[in-house]
Structure formats: C-alpha cells, structure tokens
Design a protein around this ligand. Structure first.
Ligand code: ADP
Ligand code: MG
Length: 340
C-alpha cells in the first residue's frame, strides 16, 4: 500500500460504470427501458458480435431536443423524478436514477441521434470514454437512436470477463425477449449480425407476441391463465406439460409489469405441474402478477430483478392455483396429480 489519496474523476467513473454495465445485455436493458419510458411504439435492437462489437437501439419515442440530449448524458440527470417524494410515491417509469447513458458512455464509444416528436431538427451527440466529443444538427427521424461501439475498450479487465459471442448473444436475447413479452403493444425487433432473431407485431395481444418470440410449436402448446386469488391476480400463458425445455429461461414472471425473478415464483409454477414434468424439464410460462404496490419490494437490489413479497405463501399459492386451474380446464392435468 502507498499513501492514501483521492481518486481522480475518470477512475471513479470507470469503477462505478463497471458495476452498472456488466456486459452487452446490461447496456441493452438500460437502452430498451429508456425507449419504453419514452413512450415508443417500435423498438429495434440490432447487435453485432454478441453486442461486444456494436449495439444499436432505435425507437419512435418522444425524442430529445439538443439541450435535452446534452443533459441526458451527464451524471444523475433524469426527466423521470425530481425528488425523493416522487420516488416514495412510486415511479411509473422503468428508469429514474439518471445514470445509464452517462455510465454506458464512460466505457464505450456512444453516438446518440434524436429528434423530438413534431420537432424540426435532429441532433447528433458523440460521446467517448465519458467525454462529449461533438454535438451537431443531424437529419434523423423522430425518436432516438443510440449506438454503442467498442464496449469496455477502456476497461480491459471488464472486457476480459466477457464470454463467447454466443453466450453474450443469449443474454441479450433473454433481455429483449422479456421486454417484448411484457409489452405486447410495442413492436420489438431483435437482429444479430444483420439477421433477424425475432420481431413482434405490437398488436397488443400476448398470444401473437409469444408466437413471434418462441415460434409456432410453443405458441400452439400454450393455454391461457386468468385467476384472481387473495392478494394476487394472475394472467398469462403456460405450456402443455410436454412442451418443455431443459433450462428455466422460459419461465418469465412479471410483477406489476416489471420482469422479476423469484425462487418462490419458479416453485409455484413447478408445483402446479406436479409430477407431470420429466426430470429437469421446465415448461414455458409467461405470467403477469398484479399485487398491491405496497405488498411487494422490487428494490431488493437495483441491478438485479429479484423481488420480495410481503405475503410469500399467499402469492405462491395463488400462482399455483391459477396454473393448476388453467391446466385442468384445458384437460392437461389429472385433478389428483401429485404435488411436490
Ligand atoms: P433515467 O432513465 O434513469 O432517467 P438515463 O441515463 O437512462 O436515466 O437517461 C437520462 C434521460 O435521458 C432520461 O431521463 C430521458 O429524459 C432521456 N432519454 C434517455 N433515453 C431516451 C430515449 N430513448 N428517448 C427519449 N429520451 C431519452
Ligand atoms: Mg434509463
């Protein structure tokens, strides 16, 4: 150890950035959330080389003026809350911390082009390693395009931890899929190395969104869930017990519109299928839970999607009952199926 000293701004910024931006999928998550918060009806995500080489997100949302764009990349700048009271009252947006653009731009080369709805001019802002390089007028459609290149070019330790292109792509695909499923009224497209992975229509119905995302075989094996239980109401789609995969990646749960993970929810789904699933096989499930906002804590960890319920047992039972009933009504389960 040497003498104790204050770190310089750039070092602090990069250390902090590494905690928010772990991999291409974390960039995609933040940018898609921004597009959805901007009221977009179309969001296209195009990535190259698993997102390590490049990420491009285009939306038709409200856009930003030149001055808004310049503010957006600064530290802790947000249009979504103004004080702690707003936060306490509950935020209706996916973001509110005002750090994503600033942070992503600190560890990449980022270009944002944006034009407000009904605005006359678009603006392009280039940002590199945490510094604004250029701001100039640019011809662009209404909405916003964010391009991120050379992620972690200036944080080699972080870059070294990236996995193969295929693995990084899988993470991006999982993230985009969840937002597509959670927002059937938004047309979401994902492209990898110029090839379309999926594209939803944004017509508003979950069944056609599932068809676009998971394909026909899966879509045809899904049955609707709709159930009001004490403390939780559950809607969505679950698959026939024989339409399964070997990972839990296809159990998607959303609480009050937000994608979440919780062991109790996975167990609830599996319990409902009882002994009908083969060993180490998992069904497809897209489930939307509505619970009273004060009965759930989604802020267990800001970067993770874990959730905690006030009444875990009640929620778990509600989800299990909802699925059991859906399977039963569709003739997909024996009423005396063993539980466990
Ligand atoms: P946060 O989302 O927490 O507010 P960000 O750093 O992600 O913080 O974004 C900062 C601000 O930039 C947002 O509050 C919003 O006003 C603006 N912004 C970011 N992305 C977009 C977008 N795609 N369309 C319109 N405005 C955007
Ligand atoms: Mg944001």
């Amino acid at each position: 150890m040497s003498e104790i000293r204050q770190l310089d701004e750039k070092t602090i910024q990069r250390i902090a950035a590494g905690e928010v931006v772990e991999r291409p999928a974390s960039v995609v998550k933040e940018l898609v959330e921004n597009s959805l918060d901007a009221d977009a009806t179309r969001v296209s995500v195009a990535i190259d080389g698993g997102g390590v080489e490049g990420i491009r997100i285009r939306d038709d949302g409200v856009g930003m003026s030149e001055s808004e764009l310049e503010l957006s990349v600064r530290e802790h700048t947000t249009s979504k809350i103004s004080d702690i009271e707003d936060l306490e009252a509950g935020v209706g947006t996916l973001g509110f911390r005002g750090e994503a653009l600033h942070t992503i731009g600190a560890v990449s080369r980022m270009t944002i082009r944006s034009k407000p709805r009904d605005g006359d001019v678009g603006t392009e802002l280039r940002y590199e390693g945490g510094d604004v390089e250029a701001v100039r007028p640019a011809g662009c459609p209404e909405g916003t395009v964010v391009e991120v290149e050379d992620l972690f070019y200036n944080t080699p330790a972080r870059r070294k931890f990236l996995k193969t292109t295929a693995t990084e792509f899988d993470h991006v695909n999982t993230v985009v899929t969840h937002y597509a499923l959670a927002n059937p009224d938004v047309a979401v497209t994902l492209e990898h190395d110029d090839r379309e992975v999926f594209s939803t229509e944004g017509r508003g119905d979950l069944a056609s969104t599932v068809l676009s995302v998971y394909g026909r075989e899966v879509a045809e094996a899904m049955v609707p869930v709709e159930y009001d239980a004490p403390g939780v109401s559950v809607t969505g789609l679950v698959s026939h017990p024989e339409t399964t995969r070997s990972t839990r990646d296809y159990l998607s749960t959303f609480v009050n519109g937000r994608y979440v993970t919780a062991r109790v929810l996975r167990e609830a789904v599996l319990d409902a299928y009882g002994g009908q699933l083969d060993a180490d096989r998992y069904p497809f499930a897209v489930l939307f839970l509505d619970v009273a906002p004060d009965a759930v804590d989604v802020n267990v960890h800001p970067r993770k999607m874990e959730v905690r319920f006030d009444s875990e047992t009640e929620v778990k039972q509600g989800v299990t009952d909802a699925i059991e009933r859906a399977l039963l009504e569709n003739g997909l389960v024996r009423s005396s199926a063993p539980r466990g």
